[in-house]
Unconditional design. Structure first.
Length: 381
């Protein structure tokens, strides 16, 4: 059950991707590139869950001039904004995933534009994109590809599956059995697929964006920790605020059709070469030893937290380094600061932490534990 999507997309850079309980921030594009993460208050700590974000006064002019690659990503966000309202943090998270070659898990209740967000991103990027609707009867070969007997040649030919693409939308991934979910593991980690003993390389760039609905448990298969750890980011899409919902209704009243993004005016504004250039620039962002040590200290602190049964692994520390680099680059800098690490910590680490049963019964959540760790681990000066 696969279909092709138009190739992918983006709006002004505001808040870093955060957890669902964090209200979105609607800052101007200038404030995003002003060097101050919008959701990080003056204390340097991310806004606690449920608390209003700290006020950030956007400067009259950007402190950093945008290079062509950054301007291209600005245009991507502007294209996504033609179709999606009130999910700026999720758009930023998808762009971070593209910049560092990571995969993103989108979680949210039905109707918060998870699938539409990915389709809009696809419509603004000149990348091959495919969608797989994960269902209980989906088999691994339906995703990775399978061997088909060629009667004329008298041999088996490999028919590539939808995973051989640049951007794969794995829609409702938790509705398919574990054996099909596991078919993505090798592809997500090694960018290759092994069928009948032969390994086949996937296109570059390659990115999986998976969606799941957290409110239904009947007929679903929760992702195991080993596969959750393969996702660079887990972004919880919140219900948009009242003003954004009014905007959504106004667009629909004016004739907006989510199934026809071309009619909404979405166009391709970025090529694969633009993404390659941006990735090269992100890879050159400097990380001082003190900042690397700070990342390690944060991850090690999660392992010793009393309410945690499974702390962040070294892979999680590496992921936080990558996302902080991408956030620093998006902020117009060529070096990483502790504030960049704090801005990306929750969304990068919250799905990598296991919580003890008694702590879960007390209502503790991974995002709250990470916030406490950020408040206690000394910040390098």
């Amino acid at each position: 059950m696969t279909d092709s999507l138009p190739p992918s997309a983006g709006q002004p850079y505001p808040t870093p991707p955060g957890v669902g309980a964090l209200p979105p921030v609607t800052d101007s594009p200038e404030s995003f590139f002003a060097g101050t993460p919008a959701s990080v208050p003056p204390s340097g700590l991310p806004t606690p869950m449920g608390a209003p974000p700290a006020a950030v006064t956007p400067p009259s002019t950007p402190r950093f001039a945008l290079n062509p690659a950054q301007e291209t990503l600005q245009r991507v966000r502007a294209e996504v904004a033609k179709a999606v309202v009130g999910q700026d943090a999720a758009v930023t998270g998808l762009l971070v995933g593209l910049l560092v070659g990571g995969h993103v898990l989108l979680e949210g209740v039905p109707g918060v534009a998870k699938t539409l967000l990915v389709r809009a991103l696809s419509a603004s990027l000149s990348l091959e994109t495919r969608r797989v609707q994960f269902t209980p009867d989906l088999m691994p070969g339906d995703v990775t590809g399978s061997l088909i007997y060629n009667a004329q040649a008298g041999e088996f030919d490999f028919r590539p599956g939808p995973i051989f693409t640049n951007l794969l939308l794995a829609d409702e991934i938790n509705r398919t059995p574990p054996k099909t979910q596991a078919a993505l593991l090798e592809a997500m980690e090694e960018h290759q697929v092994s069928v009948d003993g032969n390994s086949r390389e996937l296109p570059d760039p390659f990115m999986v964006v998976a969606t799941q609905n957290p409110v239904e448990y009947e007929g679903t298969y929760p992702l195991p920790e080993a596969q959750l750890d393969r996702f660079l980011l887990k972004i919880v899409l919140p219900i948009p605020p009242r003003e954004d919902e009014i905007t959504v209704l106004s667009r629909h009243a004016a004739g907006f059709n989510p199934s026809d993004l071309k009619a909404a005016g979405l166009t391709q504004v970025a090529q694969a070469s633009d993404l390659v250039t941006a990735r090269e620039q992100v890879a050159r962002v400097r990380v001082d030893p003190q900042v690397s040590g700070y990342i390690v200290d944060l991850c090690r602190a999660t392992r010793s937290a009393p309410s945690v049964s499974l702390g962040v692994s070294p892979r999680g520390a590496t992921a936080l380094l990558k996302t902080a680099r991408a956030w620093a680059w998006l902020s117009g800098r060529d070096f990483v600061t502790p504030d960049d690490v704090k801005a990306m910590a929750v969304v990068t680490l919250n799905h990598r932490i296991g919580i003890r049963t008694e702590a879960q019964m007390d209502g503790q959540q991974a995002a709250g534990i990470i916030t406490n760790v950020l408040a206690t681990v000394p910040v390098p000066r």
